[in-house]
Design a protein around this ligand. Sequence first.
Ligand SMILES: NC(=O)c1ccc[n+]([C@@H]2O[C@H](COP(=O)([O-])OP(=O)(O)OC[C@H]3O[C@@H](n4cnc5c(N)ncnc54)[C@H](OP(=O)(O)O)[C@@H]3O)[C@@H](O)[C@H]2O)c1
Length: 270
Amino acid sequence: MALSAYKDNSAIVTGASSGIGREMALQLADQGAWLTLTARNTQALEQVAAECRKRGARAIVVTADVSDEAQCKKIIEAAVAEYGRIDTLINNAGFGQGGYFESLPNLETFRQVMDVNFMGTVYCAHHALPHLKKACGRIVSISSIMGLVGVPMYSSYSASKFAMTGFAEVIRMELMGSGVSVTSIHPNFVVSEFAGRLLKPDGTPLGDKGKRIYTSRTMTSSVCARLTLQAAAKRKRHVVMTPSGKLVVFMHGLVPGLVDKVMRKMFGKK
Ligand SMILES: NC(=O)c1ccc[n+]([C@@H]2O[C@H](COP(=O)([O-])OP(=O)(O)OC[C@H]3O[C@@H](n4cnc5c(N)ncnc54)[C@H](OP(=O)(O)O)[C@@H]3O)[C@@H](O)[C@H]2O)c1
């Protein structure tokens, strides 16, 4: 399918300041989209926007924290004020915390993970929905393989991504016949700033140690962005991105107890 689905398409990308979101912004720019780029880091967003404009796209920057509903409303209003419509909402902003649930000293970061990954998606979808319906638009959510199969050490992250999956399942059904499609994306590991920003149980970043999960075979943000935009253009229901991810999901449906043991062995306390 040609990616011209995004020509003159008013697209909001949350978490556009780095990683997968930045790559989606650049690829959408190449296809002539009208971009609303949002995250908390204004300087990084301005650099992405400048690169998008160089590629011939229109781009505005809205600095916002998606865990705050009022700021999500502001993102939507800014997109409508600039372009008069919203065709695509990409809920991509997110982060994670590692560590056994019992090792968390308090639940502050747990709540933040839910607020950013899950509620950020809900707030943006809620405020964008009337506009998306007018445009027969697309809602795209960057969940994770951990939104389909739980992984030890990632209770808050898995919970937030399962919540995103459940939310997408329901609104997809509710929006049948409206013209609005809902696509859930379930990547495995992707090279980005994500692993370095993973928080430890005490809420401090893991830093470079986190990046040890990346190998030369890990999917790049650019490939993840391309597969995501292709799937959304085709209005696919969901995408499990890698063969290993597909295998884990299949096996989990077949022999969940065995998958629990394998996951525990791979990711759990040694
Ligand atoms: N990388 C992976 O292995 C992987 C695998 C599966 C799924 N994912 C998902 O992919 C999405 C993108 O992650 P990434 O890999 O590209 O990581 P990344 O490079 O760390 O990008 C995360 C983006 O989210 C933004 N963000 C974080 N907290 C925010 C908040 N409170 N409000 C607004 N924006 C916020 C960040 O920008 P600011 O800091 O400027 O706000 C940044 O632009 C996430 O939802 C992640 O869960 C990643």
